[in-house]
Structures are given as structure tokens and as C-alpha cells.
Design a protein around this ligand. Structure first.
Ligand code: ADP
Ligand code: MG
Ligand code: MG
Length: 192
């Protein structure tokens, strides 16, 4: 992955997060504590400032700056989860693995940190189909949108949404939605 792609990716993700801050919080209202928009907005502001200050010179270093700022500025579970994911990706990029393998390292980091897996109505349900499509060379915006939409019918068994049990069914998962924005931004930045 090129440094320029990572920087463009984060710039576009930040724009999307700020533009959809209210939507992210609305999604986190019926099945959470209505803070996902604020959490991601604060985190991505810190990421953009961190990239400006640190001036990383490689893609892996830029991703480490992203991870560091998400870990220390996003309250709640999304911070550590996104932070771990991006750190996993940074390590993948550093080890010169294939793009799909690097992204899979990010996914595995979420699973490890969250003690979670596919089908539990979390951000994993966006990451996993995206990694699969990357492996197969079939990642498009439609794949991302379908993955996000598919979380609607799932029953949450991890995170705050699991507290409402059956009542989580019928709502899109906020973290799956924000991860959708992340991968839309990735495509737009020329990541694939
Ligand atoms: P919090 O739930 O602490 O308020 P956020 O609202 O910012 O944090 O983020 C919630 C999102 O985090 C959920 O929508 C879900 O996608 C994700 N999430 C929560 N717990 C887990 C977990 N154990 N594994 C994977 N993702 C999780
Ligand atoms: Mg929340
Ligand atoms: Mg919270």
C-alpha cells in the first residue's frame, strides 16, 4: 500500500464520518448509547491532526499514527477495536503481505480484541465480507452496502447492542455502518 493512498483514505474517511456523524449516533440510539457519531468524529479529528503533526513517511507508519490516535481518543469500544484493526493492518502492510492478507490481519485483530466473530452484529460483519471480496478480487461498493444492510436482521450477541437482545433485530449496527464508510473511502482513495 502506498503512503499517498493511506493519507487520501483517511482524509476521505474523516469527511464521511464528519458528514454522517448524526446518522452514526442515530444508529447507536435504539441499540446502544447514542455516542458512536461523537466517538468516531472525535477520533478522526485526532487522526487528521496526528498525521499532520507526525508527518509519517511510509504507509505502515501512517497507519500506526492512525491507530494510536484512535486508541487514545475514541471513548467506548469502537476506539480500541478500530485502533487494533488499523494496527493489525499496519503490521500486515509492513510484512509485505498481499492487500487482502493485510486487511485480514486487521479483521483478526478485531476478533481478538473483541472476542467476537461473524454473525454477532458488529463491525466484523462488514470487515469479513470485505476481506473475502478483496481475496476474490470482487470488492465493490455494492458488496459493502450489502454487508452493512445484512446486519439489520442479525441479533446482537456482543457489545452494548447485546443488552437489548431480540430487540436489536431490525436495526443496522452502527459500527458495521461506520466500517462501511471506511471501505467506501478505501475504494475512492484508490486502495484497490
Ligand atoms: P460503545 O458501544 O462503547 O458506546 P461505540 O458506540 O462507539 O462504542 O461503538 C459500538 C460499535 O462497536 C458496535 O456497533 C459494534 O460494531 C462494535 N463492537 C462493540 N463490541 C464489539 C465486539 N466485542 N467485537 C466487535 N465489534 C464490537
Ligand atoms: Mg455507543
Ligand atoms: Mg459508549
Amino acid at each position: 500500500m502506498e503512503l499517498e493512498v493511506v493519507l487520501k483514505w483517511m482524509e476521505l474517511f474523516n469527511e464521511k464520518v464528519q458528514a454522517e456523524k448524526v446518522k452514526l449516533t442515530e444508529l447507536d440510539t435504539p441499540i446502544g448509547d447514542a455516542d458512536h457519531g461523537n466517538n468516531m468524529s472525535r477520533g478522526m479529528k485526532a487522526v487528521m491532526e496526528g498525521l499532520e503533526t507526525d508527518q509519517p513517511e511510509t504507509a505502515a507508519d501512517a497507519l500506526k499514527v492512525v491507530a494510536k490516535n484512535l486508541l487514545s481518543n475514541v471513548g467506548g469500544s469502537a476506539g480500541p477495536l478500530y485502533g487494533s484493526a488499523i494496527l493489525g493492518l499496519a503490521k500486515g502492510v509492513q510484512n509485505e503481505a498481499e492487500l487482502a492478507e493485510s486487511m485480514n490481519d486487521g479483521l483478526e485483530a478485531i476478533k481478538k480484541r473483541g472476542k467476537s466473530t461473524e454473525g454477532e452484529k458488529t463491525m466484523i460483519d462488514t470487515w469479513s465480507p470485505v476481506v473475502k471480496a478483496l481475496k476474490e478480487g470482487t470488492l465493490t461498493s455494492n458488496v459493502i452496502q450489502d454487508a452493512v444492510e445484512n446486519t439489520k436482521d442479525m441479533k446482537a450477541t456482543k457489545g452494548r447492542a447485546s443488552y437489548v437482545g431480540e430487540r436489536s433485530i431490525g436495526h443496522i449496527d452502527p459500527g458495521a455502518y461506520s466500517s462501511g464508510l471506511l471501505f467506501e473511502a478505501f475504494i475512492e482513495a484508490g486502495g484497490i
